[in-house]
Design a protein around this ligand. Structure first.
Ligand SMILES: [Zn+2]
Length: 246
């Protein structure tokens, strides 16, 4: 950790100024993941504010996923490795609040997913394929054991999350990850339980094989085929839901 110096807080909403400064310090790596921030009373003195203001600022940063607050002995406010969880949570709230229809997720998926297939092929390494293999294995035994639909859905989504987690572009990874995670949380999709899991598993296996064989053409072909059959499921799910509404 490099030395962090607090300037006296200025704004009317003091805690925002405190949070802004601490956030900037974290984003510019004056504090790095794992560092413990100075204790509340120390920060309060440095910023010239009350401890309650520091607490409010820290709470905000925790919601943003930049720190985590641990209580008890050995506790404190620790800098975390930022991930996409808070962004996805905010997006989910926003999309659901706006009542974004299923078709919009579908449309976006249809446009975006095929554009990164070459990048997946290019950036996929041994570790990436091992994660995919572990997912396929877990999916297979869950199918065999007749696991509940919810569990199978999670596993099948996880395959796609892993797949698009390495396209060499964090912006695309976030957008595509959000499409996978959020599209399938749309309540009308959650309510459908008519998936042919064995078929999905077989297609995942084929996709992984093409990737492992470094066969770009086969990879593109089975990915597009899979997107289409998954789209059928979505489409059917939507039809079922609209007929329920009528
Ligand atoms: Zn799939």
């Amino acid at each position: 950790m490099t030395e962090f110096r607090a300037a006296p807080a200025r704004q009317t909403r003091l805690y925002q100024d405190v949070a802004d400064q601490l956030r900037e310090a974290i984003l510019t790596e004056q504090f790095v993941a794992g560092d413990r921030l100075p204790i509340e009373s120390e920060l309060a003195a440095q910023f010239g504010v009350s401890r309650a203001v520091v607490r409010q600022a820290t709470l905000n940063l925790e919601h943003e996923g930049l720190v985590t607050v641990l209580v008890g002995a050995g506790g404190g406010t620790f800098v975390t490795q930022p991930d996409t969880t808070p962004v996805l949570r905010a997006l989910e709230n926003y999309f659901r609040h706006r009542g974004v229809p299923f078709e919009d997720y579908l449309h976006a998926k249809r446009i975006l997913e095929p554009t990164v297939l070459n990048d997946i092929m290019r950036f996929s390494d041994r570790a990436h394929r091992d994660r995919l293999q572990a997912n396929v294995d877990a999916f297979e035994s869950a199918c065999r054991e007749g696991a509940p639909d919810g569990e199978l859905l999670t596993l099948s989504l996880e395959f796609h999350e892993i797949l698009i987690s390495e396209v060499g572009n964090p912006v695309l990874e976030l957008v595509l990850g959000a499409l996978v995670r959020l599209g399938d949380r749309v309540p009308e999709f959650q309510q459908t339980h008519n998936q042919d899991w064995q078929h999905i598993l077989d297609e995942h296996r084929e996709i992984l094989k093409a990737l492992a064989d470094n066969n770009a053409r086969a990879f593109r072909e089975c990915m597009l085929e899979h997107l289409e059959s998954v789209e059928h499921i979505y489409g059917d799910a939507h039809v079922i839901e609209s007929s329920r509404r009528r």
